[in-house]
Design a protein around this ligand. Structure first.
Ligand code: ZN
Length: 457
């Protein structure tokens, strides 16, 4: 550990006690034999269940209502006796999720709009060391916690006093911050200029925002200084995007998965054989539509429990995304289990009039073989069930061939039930730095209507 890193960690530890110790522990845990890692996970799970029953009104009521108590949860299989927690449960019972040991006003809050349009607010303990998983991920990529970085994210203070205060706190780490929710040409140009000047080792951002920058770089033939890693977050990364971003920056992409309710759930190491789950602090499950566990390797709805959040515990929370465990170990030697790339929201499916579902998992991979010729794509199911496939081609010569291929693929599945239109378009706009690949229009959803009007068809 060099001096600057030590200084950074020491400063951080003043604000959050035990940070260095916890970081070192996490680096050890990732190499535990799988059996030991699983029992560490289970011990922490039990501890949280006992605590929640004792101190959190929502769980005490819930357990009493369904007639179980913590002693009934003896082995991992028993954990499934606890009902799945859904967004609506939190919205309706927000105050009941606070532990009686915390002061509500001292907690941090996080709000997410989500696909349903109803905002969800959750609280988080201020003392929890959320940064540790980030440092751990950076370490996999050979980067220090205080690595110089350029960040394209939302809600960043980029000017005035806040900027000065932030740079003092971060010193000697240099962080270039840009607002991903404001990605117009001038902003992209300014970001690129800053990156060229400062040569950060890490570029971090929303997939959609970094994607827009990559487009600009390639269109203008700009030679970028290669960072060590491009860390992408907040949306599924398609193969097309990954290939394009890697080409623009001449650097590998690290795909990291999390959500507003839990920022770090899993991330890729340099081997890129899947996303490692932070199993020493998170319990991650995949369940079917009847809330039953699916076998390893099969897709299911994501259900997670943050084993380190006691102030506002979410036990078996279903966040609306879909994914699956991979039935293999990573060749990097770490025992943290692997999950596949998260392919999107549950709502990202196309439903045909006869009831068949074309899954989001399939839809996001249709263009995988055309990373050279397709820049962006989007599948929209209209209110009348017809399907628009919007494609931005980077290689016009392949337009006909790819359109025919995609039309055939879709026709085979749709079997004439609904009309399909393929549209070659100039650009697909992102919303707040996020690109949506699959949109199912609903009569009640004004946002989608508005969004489609913005499309450059
Ligand atoms: Zn690995």
């Amino acid at each position: 550990m060099n001096f600057a890193t030590l200084l950074f960690l020491t400063k951080y530890s003043i604000a959050k006690r035990g940070a260095i110790r916890d970081f070192k522990q996490a680096l050890k845990n990732q190499y535990l034999p799988p059996k030991d890692l699983a029992s560490l996970n289970w011990e922490k799970t039990k501890k949280l269940i006992y605590y929640a029953y004792e101190h959190v009104p929502y769980y005490r009521n819930l357990f009493n209502e369904i007639g179980i108590n913590p002693e009934d949860i003896r082995e991992p299989k028993d954990f499934e006796k606890i009902p799945i927690l859904r967004r609506e449960d939190i919205i309706e019972n927000y105050e009941l999720f606070f532990s009686d040991e915390v002061k509500m006003e001292k907690m941090k809050t996080s709000t997410t709009g989500g696909s349903t349009g109803i905002p969800l607010k959750i609280a988080m303990s201020p003392q929890e060391n959320r940064e540790i998983k980030k440092w751990q991920m950076l370490q996999w990529w050979g980067l220090d916690p205080n690595v110089d970085m350029a960040s394209l994210y939302r809600g960043v203070p980029v000017s005035g006093l806040k900027k000065i205060v932030l740079s003092i706190i971060n010193w000697p780490q240099k962080v270039i911050r840009f607002d991903a929710t404001n990605m117009h040409k001038e902003n992209i140009k300014a970001f690129i200029a800053e990156v060229i000047q400062n040569k950060p080792k890490l570029i971090h951002g929303y997939v959609g925002a970094v994607d827009a920058v990559a487009d600009y770089i390639l269109e203008h033939n700009i030679k970028m200084p290669s960072p060590e890693t491009i860390w992408l977050t907040a949306a599924p990364v398609t193969k097309i995007q990954e290939a394009k971003i890697t080409k623009a920056f001449n650097a590998p992409v690290c795909d990291q998965y999390g959500c507003s309710e839990l920022y770090f759930i899993s991330a890729e190491c340099t081997k890129k054989e899947g996303l490692h789950v932070f199993e020493d602090s998170i319990k991650l499950e995949f369940v079917d539509d009847y809330d039953q566990a699916v076998p390893k390797g099969e897709y299911g709805n994501i259900v997670f429990t943050n084993l380190e959040e006691y102030g506002f515990p979410l036990i078996r929370y279903m966040n609306g995304d879909r994914g699956r465990y991979l039935d293999r170990q990573c060749s990097c030697g770490m025992s943290l289990p692997l999950i596949d790339k998260v392919k999107g929201r549950v709502s990202d499916n196309i439903v045909l009039p006869r009831g068949e579902i074309i899954s989001g998992e399939y839809l996001t991979t249709i263009f995988d073989d055309f990373t050279d010729a397709v820049k962006q794509f989007q599948v929209i199911q209209r209110v009348d069930s017809s399907i628009d496939i919007n494609i931005v081609f980077s290689d016009k010569e392949q337009e006909r061939h790819i359109s025919n291929y995609v039309m055939n693929e879709f026709n085979e599945r749709v079997q004439g039930q609904v009309p399909i239109r393929i549209n070659a378009i100039k650009n697909i706009e992102s919303i707040n730095g996020k690109l949506k690949f699959i949109i199912r229009e609903e009569r009640t959803n004004n946002n989608v209507e508005k969004f489609n009007k913005k499309l450059d068809i």
